[in-house]
Design a protein around this ligand. Structure first.
Ligand code: BJ8
Length: 423
């Protein structure tokens, strides 16, 4: 990593603090990931990507910029990344999964705001995220109030464009969303200086669909008993999908799935057959937020699926590949993205139905509903989720936490008791 110091300097990172961050991250990763037993050979690629998280991938982005490409950062799965790739841009999901730059963030944000929002502001103000620094444009959105208002401040430090996301799914809302997608297309073309053509959009749709197909394939394999991969590894794969090169990533994940299929044929699980199976549902777990999966899996259970934007909500729906003209393809993009069942929508019956569907499909023993502190949409919706799950006879545990390690012991006690009850 020391080879990259000049590159980090050019991005004006706070080098001593950045060194410290990488050390902590390396140790954390070793404890949570490398200590696992029976890991797949295919995970070596993911370990490599993580070891180069601020190195090689950043270098690739900067090299691409030198050859004229533009880099766009996003914080939400609602941003149609196909438009970015179709304009020869690069899309990276920006990390906001660690308690970083908290002091800096709290100078501009209230203390009682969602840790994810505090984290993306903190990474920027403390100059610790090379991805953010490498971006030509950050694309924000108006999903929840906290994010919406935080982007006004973030824009003072980084070129930021905000998409309006509807809060309901009536006919007018589809129109609003369609206009927003066209508006984004124009913005991306302006930044990249490239016109999106029907061919380039078609290719981009196919490329991102293929990435989703590979992740769907992974998820189908997780429905098996015994489950062939840990929840931690599956989460990591989903997290990395947001910033790796999509074609390379898809190829690697398909290879990993080949390995998994062999394991399934041999009935070889990552844990014993009778291990308690958990569905995690709720807020997204951005890299390196691995606290809860670690606590769950070190308490004798295995996570078999994530009902989250870093999981099923991002991979479940494909864009129809039937469009020939730009107008048809944009219509297909609009419909696909409006299927996202984020808690920011009201009403949001589909999400509750999906959770029950997933619980049955993955034969889970229980659901852990996970919410970040101060995330009103998911916190309020957890009441309906719990009620529906109870009516369906599926045990549920509601967890509200943040990115600090202070509550690990308390979480462990509650989760162990829940798992014991499920046994
Ligand atoms: S589509 S879940 S990625 S908005 S956790 S910042 S909601 S207060 S992240 Fe999300 Fe898009 Fe929805 Fe998915 Fe606000 Fe809640 Fe914080 Fe959140």
């Amino acid at each position: 990593m020391s080879d990259y110091r000049q590159m980090w300097e050019s991005l004006e990172l706070d080098l001593p603090a950045h060194d410290h961050l990488l050390n902590v991250l390396g140790k954390f990763y070793g404890d949570i990931y490398l200590s696992q037993q029976k890991r797949l050979k295919g995970m070596e690629y993911l370990d490599f990507v993580i070891s180069e998280i601020h190195g090689l991938r950043i270098k690739e982005l900067l090299d691409a910029q030198k050859s004229g490409q533009k880099v766009f950062g996003t914080f939400c799965v609602f941003v149609p990344e196909e438009l970015i790739w179709a304009a020869n841009g690069i899309c990276v999901g920006l990390c906001a999964g660690a308690e970083i730059g908290k002091g800096e963030a709290e100078k501009v944000l209230p203390r009682s705001i969602c840790p994810l929002i505090k984290s993306f502001m903190g990474f920027k103000l403390a100059r610790l995220c090379p991805f953010t620094e490498a971006c030509d444009l950050v694309i924000g959105e108006t999903t929840c109030d906290g994010k919406k208002k935080a982007f006004e401040i973030f824009a003072e430090f980084k070129p930021t464009y905000v998409m309006e996301i509807p809060q309901m799914k009536r006919k007018d809302d589809y129109e609003l969303w369609k206009n927003e997608v066209w508006r984004l297309k124009e913005k991306i073309e302006e930044v990249t200086g490239k016109k999106i053509t029907s061919e380039s959009l078609k290719d981009a749709i196919k490329m991102i669909n293929n990435r989703r197909r590979a992740l769907q394939r992974l998820n189908i394999l997780r429905q098996q008993t015994p489950v062939p991969i840990s929840g931690r590894d599956a989460l990591l794969i989903n997290q990395i999908s947001f910033y790796d090169d999509p074609k390379r990533f898809t190829e690697k994940i398909n290879q990993l799935c080949d390995e998994l299929e062999e394991k399934v044929k041999r009935k070889e699980g990552v844990v014993p057959q009778n291990t308690v199976r958990i569905l995690l549902s709720g807020c997204p777990m951005a890299v390196p937020n691995w606290k809860l999966p670690y606590v769950v899996e070190s308490s004798g259970a295995v996570i078999v699926d994530e009902e989250s934007c870093i999981g099923e909500r991002n991979t479940r729906d494909l864009i129809e590949e039937t469009g020939e003209t730009i107008e048809e393809m944009i219509d297909n993009i609009v419909s696909r993205y409006m299927k996202i069942d984020c808690a920011c929508f009201t009403p949001n019956k589909e999400r509750v139905e999906h959770i029950i569907e997933l619980a049955e499909k993955y034969q889970v023993d229980g659901v852990i509903h996970y919410t970040l502190q101060f995330c009103d949409p998911y916190l309020v919706e957890s009441y309906k989720v719990e009620k529906a799950l109870e009516e369906a006879g599926i045990p549920v545990l509601r967890i509200e936490t943040d990115y600090s390690m202070e509550d690990v012991e308390q979480l462990k006690t509650r989760i162990e008791a829940f798992i014991e009850m499920l046994k």
